[in-house]
Design a protein around this ligand. Sequence first.
Ligand SMILES: NC(=O)C1=CN([C@@H]2O[C@H](COP(=O)(O)OP(=O)(O)OC[C@H]3O[C@@H](n4cnc5c(N)ncnc54)[C@H](OP(=O)(O)O)[C@@H]3O)[C@@H](O)[C@H]2O)C=CC1
Ligand SMILES: CC(C)(CO)C(=O)C(=O)O
Length: 319
Amino acid sequence: MTGSVSRPRIGIIGTGAIGGYYGVMLARAGFDVHFLLRSEFAAVAEGGLHIDSAVHGPLHLSAVQAYSQAADMPPCDWLLVGAKTTSNASLAPLIAQAAAPGAKVLVLQNGLEVEDELRTLLPDSLHLLGGLCFICVHRAGPGAIVHQALGAVNIGYHSGPLQHDAAARQALVEEGAGLFQRAGIESQAMANLQQARWQKLVWNVPYNGLSVLLRASTTPLMSDDNSRELVQALMAEVVRGAQACGHELPAGYAEHLFKVTEKMPDYWPSMYHDFLHKRALELDAVYVRPLAAARAAGCELPKIQALYQALAFIDANNR
Ligand SMILES: NC(=O)C1=CN([C@@H]2O[C@H](COP(=O)(O)OP(=O)(O)OC[C@H]3O[C@@H](n4cnc5c(N)ncnc54)[C@H](OP(=O)(O)O)[C@@H]3O)[C@@H](O)[C@H]2O)C=CC1
Ligand SMILES: CC(C)(CO)C(=O)C(=O)O
């Protein structure tokens, strides 16, 4: 038995900052949420999930339906993937194990083409969607998540049984956005997932990489003339790359994100946390694939290329 249409069963594949935050919000809204964990399983099964949120105050989900094996999870109607892109290939069998027939798999990750590898490894009967999270969250300890700001999730359809039925595809994406909206989270259905992914890269390409390269969070990056100029130049290259690939981003989008960042609390992007904890950096998703896509469209992005080369060196020497 899966959940009902009005109360679908939701599985979280990878309960870190993103998976934990959205999973807790959905559970608090009354959804039947099941959490797959790895290193933090024992701590969460015993003590629950704690969110220290600057927006909602302290939140505690005490009775967490926690699993250390996907095979033990009940069949889920929606699966939210909250692990890093660097582990996608190894996640595919876990997703398939936890999926109800015809389930919707929503990949809550940054980067370009992150669904492509998963698609080849998942059954054709599963819908694959991408979700772009505009949020500042990080893990502070086992089962402990800090939510500093924002929270919206924009969703688009990638592939699956509805690939050739635009109206049904749109309805499914709206159903996904509706889950988040019912949990008080802003969520929009995006008509074009690839464009939405390029749009998100306008933020992640400069700030994720520069935080690692310069060991600097957003406040110092936004307080220095040289780093401000570099952020703007990198943003402009992402916009150019997107354009070369056929995605005209909304006018003034880079300027808008630059201003949003000036108003954000001081923030260390998720790539910096990976660097700090000696985990693999999401370089393929955030740099390699956008660079390759732009190059294939005849567009070189030299500043992003240089940033990537420096990060690849740092990543190789950090593990
Ligand atoms: N943090 C943020 O503010 C934002 C993050 N993003 C994107 O969201 C994605 C997730 O990032 P984030 O939440 O920060 O990452 P985290 O490192 O906090 O969380 C990843 C989680 O996945 C778990 N995991 C990985 N592999 C498995 C597995 N095989 N079985 C079970 N659990 C597994 C990890 O467990 P373990 O502890 O064992 O490693 C960890 O709990 C990334 O693509 C990131 O770029 C997007 C927007 C904002
Ligand atoms: C841009 C930001 C900080 C929130 O909008 C984010 O989503 C990220 O860290 O990837």
